[in-house]
Design a protein around this ligand. Structure first.
Ligand code: IMP
Ligand code: MG
Length: 333
């Protein structure tokens, strides 16, 4: 009986996909709907031995009882969508808003061929920036005008608000991270849209008064892909010494790794209107916490880290991810 937004607090890739998957299994929403930019996002969800990477459909797809929506504000690449619908078992559950802008081959070519976007900013090359340009220019194609998408088209905003009227539980899933917000991030080294919780609500056509909780996901050791400032960045030697090495889901580029940034976490929690903090990768802080499912299993080192993070963000941390699998999590909500 609630509407919860889940967003990333740092530069993306905080492990939102895993948090969404867990929250969905626990809260049993009737709908999980995606906001955010488009297929530049990559969510990795690990279920047992299987690892899925999704870029268009909500990462909450692993919860089988929810309908899966793509909100009005999200850019849709029909080819990526088709591929995911075929390779992930979601038949009949995926719906997109008719007003979504479409990414075409020309947008991908413009993204990759543009020196500023591809080199200086280090874009993902998925056509998102140029497609948003076309929307602003009012020349973009909308999903409702693409015949092959006809079976999937609904009014996402109407469906979501109707579900909330019926007292159902809904999750609005963000993508990217606060630090690459077009407005609040490290401009110009950012993505092509705001990424904060308010934007995720707007992307889905759900008004701010209907949101009950905002879960902001922070990574114990934040990461960044692409160019741009990263205040707490470590050297490769330092991160490798900690045993941390990560690669992007979409671009396979090696992610830059940094230390916890309390100042950024505080600002991010403020702008997102965070009500519940989530932290991932606590097993990188203390290996002994790997796989823990109870708060009492956390070590003093991990607890000290969490206390500091709570002081920084100003709200309690109630979700603590202790490993890549969906079951490796502590939830004290
Ligand atoms: P674009 O969104 O493809 O235009 O890329 C702009 C910047 O945002 C680049 O530095 C990308 O690496 C970064 N970016 C875009 N989407 C994501 C994401 O989902 N996770 C992490 N970084 C992203
Ligand atoms: Mg990602």
């Amino acid at each position: 009986m609630s509407c919860t937004i889940i967003v990333g607090g740092f530069f993306g890739d905080e492990g939102k996909g895993k948090i969404v998957a867990h929250v969905a299994h626990k809260d049993k929403p009737s709908i999980i709907s995606r906001g955010g930019v488009g297929p530049n996002a990559g969510h990795t969800v690990k279920v047992g031995e299987k690892e899925y990477g999704v870029r268009m459909i909500p990462s909450g797809f692993v919860f089988p009882d929810a309908r899966l929506f793509i909100g009005t504000g999200v850019l849709v690449d029909p080819r990526v969508l088709k591929h995911e619908i075929e390779s992930v078992e979601v038949d009949g559950r995926v719906f997109i808003d008719g007003r979504c802008s479409i990414i075409e081959e020309k947008h991908i070519e413009r993204d990759r061929g543009d020196e500023h976007l591809s080199k200086t900013i280090g874009s993902t090359g998925t056509g998102c920036g140029p497609a948003n340009v076309d929307r602003v220019q009012r020349v973009a194609t909308q999903a409702k005008d693409v015949p092959e998408l006809a079976p999937f088209i609904i009014d996402v905003a109407q469906e979501l608000n109707d579900a909330l009227d019926r007292n159902e539980t809904v999750i609005l899933e963000g993508t990217q991270g606060f630090g690459i917000s077009l407005y609040y991030g490290t401009y110009p080294f950012v993505t092509s849209k705001d990424t904060s919780a308010s934007q995720i609500a707007a992307d889905n056509g759900v008004g701010p008064t209907r949101i009950d909780d905002v879960i902001v996901v922070f990574k114990a050791y934040p990461t960044r892909v692409g160019e741009g400032p990263f205040g707490t960045e470590m050297t490769k030697e330092e991160s490798h010494a900690l045993g941390i090495e990560e690669f992007g889901t979409v671009t396979h580029r090696e992610r830059r790794i940094g230390c916890w940034d309390g100042k950024m976490a505080r600002y991010s929690a403020m702008i997102n209107g965070c009500t519940i903090g989530a932290i991932t990768g606590i097993d990188n802080v203390d290996e002994a916490c790997f796989g823990a499912t109870e708060y009492s299993q956390l070590t003093e080192k991990a607890l000290a880290f969490i206390r500091q993070a709570e002081e920084d963000i100003g709200v309690p941390i109630k979700l603590i991810s202790t490993g890549p699998e969906i079951t490796q999590i502590i939830d004290i909500r």
